[in-house]
Design a binder for this molecule. Structure first.
Ligand code: 3HC
Length: 286
């Protein structure tokens, strides 16, 4: 089954990236946010990101303008009715996701595939909230979505081959490399990435080195674009803690046990780049 219209629920950091990339790759997009304020913020996020792409010479203004024309913004879930594929990118909360999928099951056509961008919640549990579990799967993108070349597809226990084939084709059409993972905590990337990030926090807490030196060491020593603490600020200190807690709950492996410093930073409201302070202070330009 071909996809021509894509619905995206949630236009935060990840959702807005999925909206942009889908529209730029020629899909009609119905973008749904919870209220007008969130719609305005999502619309701005999509436009600002494409403006950055234009400034860096990635594509001309016509590409942005045509992409923006393909996006319909709405606050109504029922406007997703005609979508061939709906991708959910709301907050990481199992019950809220299950409620949303049960509603999507009612408002979308029987052919519609429902995907979740979750990084930590069980796809199998989300699929079970619908009467079409064979048409539900994970499509985990990476931040910033227009730049990062990967999408991890996650197969729930109930997902059909046809659904996986359709999502693979869709992922490749967004100019992404597709990998497939089982529905296990963290899938591939976070299974390996989260212990590394938590170890970096432990190294700070133990006084192994300064935040800057840990990042410099890992950037120059292993050739990654960002050191672990810059990356943690970029993903979100609170988001990382949430993912680690979900993974620890499932796996009971100490590798995923959040160090006290991470928890304290969240208690202090140091969420990272998004609110101006994390391991670094972004108040004066970083
Ligand atoms: N569309 C297409 N390309 C765009 C673009 C857009 N809207 N906006 C920017 N770009 C391009 C730029 O032109 C530039 O390309 P170039 O290098 O070929 O010139 C590139 O994207 C990056 O440019 P930026 O100006 O945005 O900034 P930087 O050069 O400083 O790079 C970064 C920033 C891309 C974030 C880089 O530091 C990086 O790759 N960091 C690692 C990010 C990462 O690991 N993300 C994954 C996190 S884990 C995750 O998301 C999973 C979750 O579950 C936790």
């Amino acid at each position: 089954m071909g996809v021509s219209t894509v619905g995206v629920v949630g236009a935060g950091l990840m959702g807005s990236g999925i909206i942009e990339q889908s529209a730029r790759c020629g899909y009609n997009v119905v973008a749904r946010e919870i209220d007008e304020t969130a719609v305005t913020a999502g619309r701005k996020r999509v436009r600002d990101s494409m403006d950055r792409g234009i400034q860096r010479g990635k594509f001309p203004e016509t590409v942005r303008d045509e992409a923006l024309d393909r996006i319909t913004w709405t606050t109504e879930l029922r406007d997703l009715k005609a979508c061939d594929l709906v991708i959910e990118a709301i907050v990481e909360h199992l019950e809220r996701k299950r409620r949303l999928f049960a509603e999507l099951d009612l408002v979308t056509g029987p052919h519609t595939i429902l995907a979740t961008n979750t990084s930590s919640v069980s796809i199998t549990a989300i699929a079970a909230a619908t009467k079409r579990p064979h048409k539900v799967a994970g499509a985990h993108f990476f931040n910033p979505v227009p730049v990062m070349k990967l999408v991890e597809l996650v197969r729930a226990l109930q997902t059909s081959d046809e659904t996986m084939d359709c999502l693979r084709h869709f992922g490749e059409s967004l100019d992404k490399k597709v990998v497939v993972a089982k529905d296990t905590p963290g899938f591939i990337v976070n299974y390996l990435l989260v212990p590394y990030l938590l170890d970096a926090v432990r190294a700070v807490a133990d006084g192994t080195a300064t935040v800057e030196d840990i990042d410099t060491a890992m950037t120059l020593g292993t050739g990654v674009p960002m050191g672990p603490l810059t990356l943690l600020d970029f993903i979100g200190v609170d988001t990382t803690l949430y993912i680690a807690d979900v993974m620890y709950d499932e796996l009971r492996d100490p590798k995923y046990a959040a160090p006290p410093l991470l928890r304290k930073m969240v208690s202090a409201g140091y969420y990272g780049k998004k609110n101006g302070r994390g391991f670094y202070d972004y108040a004066n330009g970083g």
